[in-house]
Design a protein. Structure first.
Length: 105
């Protein structure tokens, strides 16, 4: 069974046991699970449910593997030729690593 979920403007295709990185959000320190209720599609070998825009009653439950970590550094460099103007900006996005435990349709 697999599902397509929406989180922070991104869509992810997940199955049970998948590990993925989602954007950091405010959660309590003792939280161990995370629920995604914006499920766009639930599919299996037998049938597929497509939501309009979300599937009613469907949710994906994930266990938190790593509470907060930073991704790779992304650097942006702007140069205006012959103007002696350059700018270099770096950014590291913060994520939560989760493992998909259960897909409920």
């Amino acid at each position: 069974m697999y599902a397509v979920i929406e989180d922070s403007g991104q869509q992810f295709r997940v199955s049970e046991g998948d590990v993925l990185n989602v954007d950091l959000r405010d959660i309590t320190e003792d939280a161990t699970t995370l629920e995604f209720d914006r499920v766009l599609l639930v599919g299996s070998e037998d049938a597929t449910k497509v939501g309009t825009p979300y599937v009613d009653g469907a949710k994906v439950v994930a266990n938190i593997v790593e509470a907060e970590f930073k991704g790779k550094k992304v650097q942006h460099f702007t140069l205006r030729r012959r103007k002696a103007s350059k700018r270099k900006v770096g950014h590291r996005q913060r994520y939560i690593r989760v493992k998909i435990a259960k897909i409920e349709a």
